[in-house]
Design a binder for this molecule. Structure first.
Ligand SMILES: [Fe+2]
Length: 385
């Protein structure tokens, strides 16, 4: 067995941990930083307190508050331009996955000339960025601890592309569950399902390893227990804390073991229909699990056990996968995740989705040789549900 363990992002976790952002930046020697966020986080009143805490440490703050969902490369370029003009020596991203991915890439562009497109998928060599702190305000993406950024390539039909590697990572992740309290139920469910998908794909993918299995299984059991509570009552601090922790574990899990078919489909559905990433990745997960029944029976059994299912020892791989898939369909319903039909995807669009998902490289880590036709079959089954 040969595998990588790359998760090295240090974490500061806990209630009000975000108020230590200034001290931590000071520890990195920063004198002036770029705070990166979106209007939603700003309007929720999250950024003011954190920026104040940074200024209290005598650190100047420049702002880029124009982050958009599914971050377009051109938007990231704008942010980087502000950081360069302001001559900042550090970056703080405050927000969900889109903001944290944006902050990661802006930070790299501070020390690397040109635009995002010069580096996205080009193999061009990158120099390390400056000190970067990511303060997550959602619980799902795991971006705070991963070494990936997902970017929308506006020059290529808005396809989602990635940047990956040890340089695409924060020097510190700050996970403050209190920042997630204001998330509405639908975003809570969407982001939580993203954490489930990260874990389920890490556990079943070709790059799985024993450590990412452990992390993913624990994340799944916490998601099953606490996500419905967090969706029902956003002020349930225990549920919020456990979901923040679960999302972080899932992030560590897929940082090494990566994702596969769920994220190929998810990124494609996101690119074409702007469906929320978590819902898009989870929408066909039950069908993917059934599709992989015979290829990874033990990992699927582990997922079922982590979900709390009492699976009989003598159950066949197909029976186990069906049980897991059915439980996941019920769970998705319980937390209000939408089906393909409810997301207004038309049956006639499925072929295009399958074709483009096949173009997304992630599915290659599926444990089963997969074709665009297989993807279409999975989508059709999910659509008919
Ligand atoms: Fe994801």
């Amino acid at each position: 067995m040969t595998f990588n363990i790359n998760h090295m992002t240090p974490v500061l976790f806990g209630e009000d941990a975000s108020l230590q952002t200034g001290e931590r930046l000071k520890g990195f020697g920063c004198k002036k930083v770029l705070a990166v966020y979106d209007q939603g986080v700003k309007n929720a009143g999250i950024t003011d307190k954190i920026i104040e805490a940074i200024k209290e440490q005598g650190i100047e703050v420049a702002v880029f508050d124009g982050v958009k969902a599914d971050p377009p490369d051109t938007m990231i370029d704008e942010g980087a331009e502000i950081g360069r003009k302001e001559n900042v020596d550090g970056v703080v991203g405050i927000g969900g996955g889109s903001t944290m991915d944006t902050a990661k890439v802006i930070n790299l562009l501070l020390n690397n000339p040109g635009k995002v497109k010069d580096y996205m998928g080009t193999g061009a060599e990158l120099k390390p960025g400056r000190p970067l702190i990511l303060v997550t305000t959602t619980s799902g993406t795991g971006s705070e601890v991963t070494m990936f950024a997902v970017i929308t390539d506006t020059g290529d039909e808005n396809k989602k592309k990635g940047m990956a590697g040890p340089l695409v990572r924060a020097n510190l992740a700050i996970v403050d569950p209190l920042l997630t309290v204001g998330m509405p139920p639908s975003i809570t469910a969407d982001t939580g399902m993203d954490a489930f998908a990260h874990s389920a794909e890490a556990i079943t993918g070709q790059a799985r390893n024993p450590m990412s299995d452990l992390l993913g299984e624990q994340a799944i059991s916490l998601v099953m227990k606490y996500l419905p509570k967090a969706v029902k009552n956003g002020k349930d601090i225990e549920a919020r804390t456990q979901m923040s922790y679960a999302a972080m574990l899932a992030g560590y899990s897929f940082n090494d073991s990566l994702t596969h078919m769920g994220h190929s489909l998810g990124h494609t559905l996101g690119s074409i229909f702007h469906i929320h990433h978590g819902n898009a990745c989870g929408v066909a997960m039950p069908e993917i699990i059934e599709y992989l029944a015979e290829d990874v029976p033990e990992p699927i059994r582990k997922i079922g056990q982590a979900m709390g299912l009492k699976i009989e020892a003598g159950a066949s791989p197909k029976e186990v996968a069906k049980e897991v898939a059915d439980a996941l369909v019920a769970f998705n319903k319980e937390i209000g995740q939408k089906t393909l039909k409810e997301l207004n995807v038309k049956e006639a669009d499925l072929e295009k989705v399958a074709r483009e998902a096949f173009d997304q490289g992630m599915w290659r880590l599926s444990p089963r040789e997969t074709s665009a036709e297989d993807m279409l079959g999975i989508l059709k089954k999910a659509y008919a549900r």
